[in-house]
Write a protein that binds this ligand. Structure first.
Ligand code: HEM
Length: 388
């Protein structure tokens, strides 16, 4: 930490301003070269303004956009009053999100909206009321290692707010709750923070999580993969949407930190420092699940997380993981995944449940799934395809 009488280094300033070090790394500037011998500028210039993210379009923002997820998240889960029709309130929330993202809502109290995104989903109760067979109508089953208070299981409405500025998510949440008034009752909320983003491919980064490992490497990253595994193709009421799963997972950091680095790497099946699979290759290489030592031992252990969760082995599509590290109510991860088939999540966790070296370090304390509504615009208000 810089002392009060010493100006912060440019690097410390950039980090404190929440600018991802990865941006520099992606531009071909290594961490070491960033720490150059040039004299430190005692009057650092203002941090660059984050690029705004489009609110309207075929898909909602906050799933694949921005490409590197913003460092701060607030996930807010609320219930809708039993007799409140979802259509009008969703349309109103969509309009409010547009004015908030445009910076023209006085409830932002003068803050610049920057790269804020708001992603809205509806829970199984609301989807079921429209059609019992629609994607999103099915709730998650229970799994092992859960300690979930009934208040923190499920919910009617998800409002996921992400931003580079840590002050925006609570302000935006307050504005949206104010807009909804007594038509909604907040159920639970969770703040999250992304670790430093690390480049994992030419045009992609992923953050470290609280266990020190790079998290979010494998997933549907190309347009074709996203059409196949992420976005719902139909029926028309949900086309362009996706299914979200949120699981707050406490992690026993003390027990994990007591393992040797090699033991920690065996838990995941990847190197801690570089993210490379234990079977070799680069960080972006697929784990070689058949690769063995000369003695016949699997390089990626049989209970390694990347083996148990591997989509080909499970027989499911790729899920887009966009998780955030948390510190309250206990250290851990707010696991967030998006996929167009809930089975992608349930079959993966069922397979992990029987033997995944990572799971014994975790306890799940909140759990919910939501249909992320299709994208919207002034002609096609938020929620209108489903509740219009
Ligand atoms: C505290 C909980 C968890 C932590 C810390 C965690 C962390 C990680 C890490 C570090 C990786 C390797 C790098 C990567 O590909 O991103 C990974 C891979 C993966 N995780 Fe998790 N994970 C957790 C829970 C889960 C859960 C609950 C699921 C789904 C049921 C899941 C699904 C996956 C999948 C599908 C992969 C990619 C596997 C592959 O094909 O290589 N993870 N996770």
């Amino acid at each position: 930490m810089p002392s009060a009488d010493r100006p912060p280094s440019r690097r410390a300033f950039l980090d404190a301003a929440g600018v991802t070090v990865a941006a520099g790394l992606l531009a071909g500037c290594s961490g070491d070269s960033a720490r150059s011998d040039r004299p430190v500028d005692p009057t650092p210039s203002a941090p660059p303004t984050p690029t705004p993210v489009a609110v309207t379009g075929r898909h909602q923002a906050g799933v694949t956009l921005p490409r590197s997820a913003q460092p701060h998240l607030l996930a807010l889960v609320a219930d809708l009053g039993e007799t409140v029709p979802p259509g009008p309130i969703l349309a109103e929330l969509g309009e409010t999100i547009q004015t908030l993202a445009a910076g023209s809502d006085p409830r932002l109290l003068g803050l610049s909206p920057g790269d804020v995104t708001v992603t809205v989903g509806v829970g199984p109760r609301l989807v079921q009321a429209v059609g019992a067979t629609l994607p999103g109508a099915t709730d998650l089953p229970g799994f092992s290692r859960e300690r979930v208070d009934s208040r923190e299981r499920g919910g009617d409405l998800l409002i996921q707010i992400c931003a580079g500025d840590a002050l925006l998510p609570p302000l935006v949440a307050a504005a949206l709750l104010d807009q909804a008034g007594d038509r909604v009752q907040e159920r639970w909320r969770q703040f999250g923070r992304r670790g430093v983003e690390v480049p994992v491919a030419e045009d992609r980064t992923a953050p470290r999580n609280l266990l020190g490992f790079i998290d979010g490497i494998v997933g549907p990253h190309t347009d074709a993969e996203q059409e196949r595994d992420l976005w719902l193709a139909g029926p028309p009421a949900v086309a362009g949407g996706t299914l979200a799963v949120l699981r707050r997972m406490e992690i026993d950091l003390t027990r994990f930190a007591a393992l040797s680095v090699a033991e920690q790497e065996a838990v995941f099946g990847r190197r801690r420092a570089s993210g490379e699979p234990l079977s070799g290759g680069g960080v972006d290489s697929a784990p070689g699940l058949n690769a063995k030592t000369p003695e016949g031992r699997y390089l990626v252990p049989v209970d390694a997380h990347v083996r148990r969760a591997n989509p080909t082995v499970v027989g499911v599509g790729h899920m887009l993981r966009r998780s955030y590290s948390i510190d309250t109510p206990a250290p851990g991860l707010l696991f967030v995944s998006f996929q167009n088939d809930l089975r992608t999540f349930t079959a993966t966790l069922s397979r992990m449940d029987t033997s995944d070296a990572l799971l014994p370090f975790t306890t799940t304390t909140a759990s919910a799934t939501f249909l992320i509504l299709p994208g919207y615009d002034p002609q096609r208000p938020l929620g209108s395809t489903l509740f219009g």
